[in-house]
Design a protein around this ligand. Structure first.
Ligand code: ATP
Ligand code: MG
Length: 417
């Protein structure tokens, strides 16, 4: 038997209602905040991620699914959504249509990671990106969007952690301090981080290796080195969040794993811990990204949430999640004439928007009724020679057992009510 690739999941029919509940809720929240959906390709030219996400990041250095296509071009399955959205923002001239563009997406992502609970190789992200606004208002808006979304999913036990990682100007001074600090640990840093020391020391601070993590804990904190502009911006974000009644913590250890971030960064953790995979949302400002991929300097900010982790947390917290519904009615039948009539009625009802299942396996009426119960049909009706002759049948409410005698021609009206 051929198995699914390691780190992938099949989402089974009985679970799809839960997924759709989360995805529909996100869509509705985005509508309320006036964000518009964008859909971009699952694969992009590798260079987009090397430049956009940054070639010293874990994602680019270790986690990408990269291959050469038949034309010998290097292609990568998207490890995240921001770079593709930014490319479309430029390539499709979205930037020229409006001074502000607020986008959202619901996508699959691909990262070659060690699979475990909440860490997959194919996973799903809900994300938003807002281009054009440089003031702190939009930072607070997207954090409030994430908070409202989680609230309406009944995820209660969360912590919103925010930080500022400054701009390239303040980071330059900081990088020197950090390099100085890290140099003392040259013998202990992992090989990847040793390479990062010169090119991008900040990346050492989100290395997953426990030793690098420990070393990072004692490092100088970027927030202590940010310039006046970045500091004012951060104050603005904090006071806007307070105005909106959103509780947050300041966590100077957040640096985020992608190079494009500037100023505000944030993570939302679920406290009903699922181990190291308790970060359900990560995001921040990326004022440099559009320029990095070839456009004019454009402020931008966004976040992404992993749907698998969200669902794990919701189940952990016993948040209400819908089950897949059965059909409105199951039409059982016995005999050739009744079978023909059942299919005809089923077709008419479906055309009127009613969901109908009818017997397709030629089972006994008893077995058909057992099946109707099992699939959770709301009503059932049995058609036999008698019902065809009189044009009437008993419609049974499967929950209460109550039977109602009806003309078959009145079935749709009854069910629609
Ligand atoms: P982590 O530190 O857990 O590896 P990350 O910083 O790499 O997360 P981001 O790039 O910020 O994650 O992605 C945003 C969100 O996408 C995460 O908060 C998480 O919910 C989800 N996510 C990231 N990687 C995976 C994965 N491999 N499997 C499932 N969900 C993931
Ligand atoms: Mg990661």
């Amino acid at each position: 038997m051929i198995k699914r690739p390691k780190g992938t999941l099949d989402i089974l029919p009985e679970d799809v209602a839960k997924w759709r509940f989360v995805q529909d809720k996100f869509r509705d929240i985005c509508r309320r905040f006036d964000y518009k959906e964008i859909r971009t390709p699952v694969f992009e030219y590798t260079e987009l991620f090397q430049r956009g996400v940054g070639d010293t990041t874990d994602v680019v250095q270790k986690e990408m699914y990269t291959f050469s296509d038949k034309g010998d071009r290097s292609i990568t399955l998207r490890p995240e959504g921001t770079a593709g959205a930014a490319r479309a923002f430029l390539e499709d001239g979205i930037y020229a249509k409006s001074p502000i563009n607020k986008l959202y997406y619901d996508i699959t992502c691909y990262r070659h990671e060690k699979p475990q609970a909440g860490r997959l190789r194919e996973f799903h992200q809900l994300g938003i990106e807002a281009y054009g606004a440089k003031g702190p208002g939009i930072d607070a808006e997207i954090i409030s969007l994430a908070a409202l979304f989680l609230k309406e999913l009944s995820v209660k036990n969360i912590t919103i952690n925010i930080n500022s990682i400054g701009c390239p100007v303040c980071r330059k001074a900081y990088n020197e301090k950090l390099r100085e600090y890290l140099s003392a640990y040259k013998d202990e840093l992992c090989e990847t981080c040793l390479g990062r020391l010169e090119k991008n020391p900040l990346r050492v601070l989100d290395c997953k290796s426990p030793i690098c993590g420990k070393i990072g804990e004692g490092a100088p904190r970027l927030i202590d080195y940010i310039c006046d502009e970045c500091s004012n911006h951060f104050e603005g974000v904090k006071s806007s969040l307070t105005d909106l009644g959103i509780e947050y913590n300041i966590d100077p250890s957040i640096v985020r794993g992608l190079d494009y971030y500037t100023k505000t960064v944030f993570e939302i953790k679920a406290n009903s811990a699922i181990g190291a995979q308790n970060t359900v949302c990560g995001g921040g400002r990326y004022d440099g990204l559009v320029e990095i991929i070839g456009g004019d300097p454009t402020p931008g900010i966004g976040f992404a949430m992993g749907i698998e982790r969200l669902l794990m947390v919701m189940e952990e917290e016993n948040a209400p999640l819908p089950e897949e519904n059965g059909p409105d009615i199951f039409i059982a039948h016995m005999g050739e004439a009744a079978e023909k009539e059942a299919f005809k009625i089923a077709h008419e009802l479906r055309a009127k928007g009613i969901s109908v299942s009818s017997e397709l396996l030629g089972r006994s009426v008893k077995a058909q009724m057992k099946y109707a119960d099992k699939i959770g049909a709301e009503y059932s009706v049995v058609l036999g020679d008698n019902e065809i002759e009189t044009g009437k049948a008993n419609v049974k409410n499967m929950k209460t057992g109550e039977q109602t005698e009806l003309a078959l021609s009145g079935l749709s009206e009854f069910l629609l009510k």
